[in-house]
Design a protein around this ligand. Sequence first.
Ligand code: SAH
Length: 216
Amino acid sequence: MSNPQGPDPRLMSLVLEMRQGGIRDEKVIRAMESVPRDLFVPLAFQDRAYENTALPIGHQQTVSQPLVVAMMTEALELTDRHKVLEIGTGSGYQAAVLSPLCRRLYTIERHRGLKEEAEKRFAELGIHNITTKLGDGSVGWKEQAPFDRIIVTAAAVDFPPVLIDQLAVGGIMVVPIGDDFHDQRLFKVVKTETGVETTEMGWVRFVPFVEGEVPE
Ligand code: SAH
């Protein structure tokens, strides 16, 4: 966001941490610089919004650690032609970082309250290329498939087969896998003509990917 005093120093130091953490793509750095993370966390955590740490957002969910948001965003190798699917809107922070880097983002969240709060934040920030949906992301978004990129921001026990189906050939999916909070790894999946190629990106900690009916 524009600021007459120049860039927010807290954002500047966060971005420095992203660089130190190995983020090289300048487009990703600029996208991170453009999103005020304090708008995405509850009031009680505002003073920690620019720490490189995950924070609670209610409903026992968390907004991801900024360096992980940056790593996942970088791994997607986005262009402004890409149609992207996100599973797990949460606070909307990851979606807001993806928004300037892609053509359109479709994002699914299973908690109504989180979805509605995220929608308000997108409107407040003047973000218009995000479409939200309440539902179970394990079935993807059939009407909009195939997607050039898919990002899953909750830890699945295995690669969700429907999401691989809904990924275009040549497309990239980034997904944390593991059924224990202390034993999850991030994977980059590239869909080929004949199957998928997976690369491991390191250890992460995400809330679980929950399949089935959405809570009331
Ligand atoms: N991308 C979010 C991270 C939120 S945490 C952010 O930037 O804030 C992960 C989110 O995934 C939670 O809000 C959780 O409710 C949601 N989630 C978990 N399983 C899901 C599923 N099957 N479908 C849709 N959302 C899901």
